[in-house]
Design a protein. Structure first.
Length: 370
């Protein structure tokens, strides 16, 4: 049986100075550029909803043990509307990096991103941009067209498949009034020409109830052409919470089978391929539990089954209470977006955000799978 052993831990971002008001960190993702050089993207702002929330990048030259001063990914040049953004990075090789994400338009800076009364959100836009110099500079952002009529969540990085296609799972939110035309579900956004054109015809995950959301989807390729997606599943209107589900494709993410339950009552999750039809999944366990934390699981998957092999809680927070000022579905957002990167030395690096006593930090932990 596979076992997890924890080795080191540290901080990617923490604002201790707060010269102009303390900044908090959210939504990290780390990529490896060489055996020692890493680059992290994460959002900083006075709060998750504040008008100054924007994606920052920070670099490490010692395998992630120490990190440089963050710098803005977007410089705001030529932007016509104020917005708050969140991006993830993908290393394309030869110094090229793709940043992919979404931004909410903040025409009224006093209005939060999420409507506390309906669970809906502001209008937004999906976009991407490129760097040719290892993330030192990025080009201007380009909007990505999507089919959803409602605001869109594009919180996953681009995945470069073995056939060269770029893919990333997206989902729709409820609009500001709490409405949706066709229900909430997931799609797979795809570009076959490195971002020149896009389509999102493939449905990754959909449930019978129109208000069942498939949030924070993450994807990876297993064997050639086999794509797996994992999702946080919750009925936002009824308040019904479901286990994390996966769905599988055998045609490079162009069609997917029916959702499969992992049996794990988690929220934000990520998934990573280990070989031999085995995956590593990471699950935020935030609600309906006396033991919240980040659960790591190794499972064997097939076209119609999820077979758990081993699990371990690899991080646990201090006790916390839900935020009464938010809609119930967002009230437990005290830590999240766990992802893992396999490093050159064989270790895995977990990154995630964590809010404690009103301050949100970006944390990392190294672990091994034995």
């Amino acid at each position: 049986m596979d076992t997890f052993s924890m080795t080191e831990s540290g901080i990617i971002f923490e604002d201790l100075e707060g010269k102009a008001g303390r900044l908090n960190g959210y939504f990290p993702h780390v990529i490896e550029l060489s055996s020692s050089d890493l680059l992290a993207a994460f959002v900083t702002g006075r709060s998750m909803d504040s008008i100054d929330a924007s994606t920052m990048v920070s670099s490490s030259s010692d395998g992630g043990r120490t990190w440089g001063i963050p710098r803005r990914l977007l410089d705001g040049t030529g932007e016509k509307r104020p917005a708050t953004d969140s991006c993830k990075l993908t290393y394309l090789g030869n110094g090229r990096i793709a940043a992919f994400g979404y931004r909410f338009f903040r025409d009224d800076p006093e209005v939060p991103v999420g409507n506390p009364d309906t669970g809906g959100v502001l209008d937004d836009e999906v976009f991407f941009l490129l760097s040719e110099d290892y993330g030192k500079t990025f080009c201007s952002p380009a909007a990505v067209p999507v089919s959803f009529a409602e605001p869109v969540e594009a919180s996953a990085p681009l995945t470069v498949l073995s056939n060269g296609h770029w893919v990333s799972p997206i989902a729709n939110f409820l609009d500001w009034q709490g409405r949706t035309e066709s229900g909430t579900y997931g799609r797979m956004l795809r570009s076959e020409d490195e971002g020149k054109t896009w389509n999102d015809a493939a449905v990754t995950m959909r449930f019978p109830e129109k208000s069942t959301c498939t949030w924070e989807q993450r994807a990876c390729e297993m064997e050639k052409g086999e794509v797996i997606v994992i999702s946080w599943v919750e009925d936002i209107m009824k308040g019904t919470r479901y286990p994390n589900h996966i769905s599988l494709s055998t045609d490079y993410g162009k069609t997917f089978g029916s959702p499969i339950s992992t049996g794990i009552m988690g929220q934000a999750a990520s998934i990573h391929y280990l070989g031999d039809n085995r995956v590593l999944s990471l699950h935020c366990i935030r609600r309906d539990t006396d033991h919240p934390g980040i659960l790591a699981c190794i499972a064997e998957v097939s076209h119609d089954s999820w077979h758990e092999i081993s699990r371990r809680m690899i991080w646990e927070p201090e006790p916390f209470s839900p935020d009464a000022s938010r809609h119930e579905v967002f009230a437990y957002l005290k830590f999240g977006q766990p992802s893992a990167l396999k490093l050159h030395d064989g270790d895995w690096m977990l990154s995630f955000w964590y809010e404690h006593e009103g301050v949100s930090r970006i944390l990392w932990r190294r672990f091994r799978i034995d």
